[in-house]
Design a binder for this molecule. Structure first.
Ligand code: FUL
Length: 484
């Protein structure tokens, strides 16, 4: 381009590219990275695996921890086959047994029979994850039923020292998971008593979170109240049919919230126009329990059940945290591996191709040429259809060129500009008229609609209503792949 043309073209291009003003609470950079993952795994593994318990009392003999065939590479590859993008390990559960050779207590793998006390589960899982391209996260239970100092101020220092080890010894950590279960009875160094703590003040969470920010600035912090990711309010893996990424947590009594004390009934839907971007995470186990129990080997969720949970978590703007507990060998059980593989096949098959990729679009409004409706199906997550400022209701029609059959619809907003949409609907052209086939509320990072029956049509219409002018990056049509 000649210089004179450039001088003329530049202001026009800049005006054309003017983006809508952001609306409401916005995600941080670390939250945006987390949103991209969508689905990842939990590994619940400790002495409970060998005692057949869900909550160890804290008096377990560390010698019983002996997963003789432990293979981190095999575990991680089973997760990867399931489509998992990350893995969060219970480095310490409520029983206090540490899966790494911590300097803070003897109650760890160092005292176990496994590899003569020279093993390190955290190291092996984190390294296997990095090798397979999965992110690594840590679960460190605040409640410690083994520690004699639990409920005293000194324990909080021990907890922080443990977290410091985990966040400095094992490479990048993408998520730090603080459980809300707290207090009650335990071994506590032989005291065998009930100990209570004040959930609001005891752990001094802000100080701990500051340390996490210093050591792993990209890590999101999960708890009932965030500060980055919120618990969805149930352990069934299901977000609210309406699930806003914005949320203002309150305690059960209406006062300030803290991990272990939040109005969980609000955590499921979130708050429209909440002051904080605090998206939900849906945790659930592939089995009835969080830990492996022989008697549950026949009760592993099937691939269609897991796919349904995917629609009800990821498909509602939340994330899907699926627990798959290693067994006493230190491997994932064959039934779990088979279900994971089935889920992975369904996900890969279903979302392989957007059937609307070649659609011709026409919109009721577009703010400029660079924000036209064709951006909905260009496969690029950074481009988006947007209307002019103040145009809050809009529609866009797609002509697919030929009839296509689909039973999954995917919508995504450009969440860098906030959660703008209040509702959406999709119509299919049928017998010379529009017929509504889907509708809903919150969209955010991702909305999936699974239709009861496949719909076959050549023309579709998307209708959206926003509190701010709509900005959508994706409209996708897919056909669910069945697994054998
Ligand atoms: C709960 C814990 O008490 C369970 O054992 C499990 O770890 C689950 C993910 O969180 O609060």
């Amino acid at each position: 381009m000649r210089r004179r043309d450039f001088l003329m073209a530049a202001p026009a291009a800049a005006a054309m590219a003017r983006e809508p003003q952001p609306f409401g609470a916005l995600p941080s950079q670390r939250q945006l990275l987390w949103h991209e993952l969508e689905i990842y795994s939990f590994l619940h593994f400790t002495t409970n695996t060998f005692t057949d318990k869900e909550w160890g009392y804290g008096d377990e003999d560390p010698a019983i921890f002996n997963p003789t065939e432990f293979d981190a590479g095999a575990i991680v590859s089973g997760l990867k086959a399931g489509g998992m993008k990350g893995v969060i390990l219970t480095c310490k559960h409520h029983d206090g047994f540490c899966l790494w050779p911590t300097k803070t207590t003897d109650h760890s793998v160092r005292q176990s029979t496994w590899r003569g006390g020279a093993g390190d589960v955290v190291k092996e899982i984190s390294q296997a994850a990095a090798k397979a391209g999965l992110k690594f996260g840590v679960y460190l239970s605040p409640w410690d039923r083994n520690c004699a100092l639990y409920a005293r101020p000194e324990y909080v220092e021990i907890y922080r020292a443990q977290l410091r080890e985990l966040l400095t010894w094992y490479g990048p950590v993408y998520e730090v998971w603080h459980d809300g279960a707290n207090g009650g009875d335990g071994y506590y160094g032989g005291a065998r008593e009930k100990r209570r703590i004040d959930k609001k003040t005891y752990y001094q969470w802000p100080k701990t979170w500051e340390m996490v920010r210093q050591l792993q600035p990209d890590a999101v912090i999960f708890s009932d109240v965030g500060p980055d990711i919120r618990w969805v309010g149930n352990e069934r893996g299901i977000a609210g049919e309406t699930c806003w990424a914005t949320f203002d947590p309150l305690g059960e009594d209406g006062g300030p919230a803290s991990p272990g004390d939040v109005k969980t009934k609000d955590s499921t839907p979130g708050h429209r126009n909440g002051n904080r971007w605090l998206p939900a995470e849906c945790d659930v186990s592939i089995r009835p329990g969080w830990f492996w129990h022989e008697k549950e080997n026949a009760r592993v969720k099937t691939p269609p059940q897991l796919m349904d949970l995917y629609y009800k978590s990821v498909g509602r703007g939340a994330s899907f945290l699926l627990n798959v507990p290693p067994d006493r060998r230190g491997l994932l059980h064959e039934n779990d591996v088979a279900s994971l593989k089935g889920l992975g096949d369904m996900l890969r098959g279903t979302f392989r191709e957007n059937l609307a990729a070649r659609a011709k679009w026409r919109a009721s409004n577009l703010r400029d040429k660079q924000h036209g409706p064709a951006k909905l199906t260009d496969g690029v997550s950074s481009t988006f259809w947007a209307t002019a400022d103040g145009v809050l209701d809009a529609s866009a029609e797609a002509d697919l060129g030929r009839a296509a059959a689909f039973d999954v619809i995917r919508l995504r907003e450009n969440i860098r500009l906030g959660q703008r949409l209040d509702s959406f609907a999709v119509d299919a052209w049928k017998d010379g008229a529009w017929a509504e086939i889907a509708q809903g509320t919150s969209v955010g990072a991702c909305r999936l609609v699974k239709l009861a029956q496949p719909v076959e049509t050549r023309k579709l219409r998307l209708r959206v209503k926003g509190s701010a002018s709509p900005a959508l990056t994706e409209f996708g049509l897919y056909c669910e792949t069945a697994v054998g």
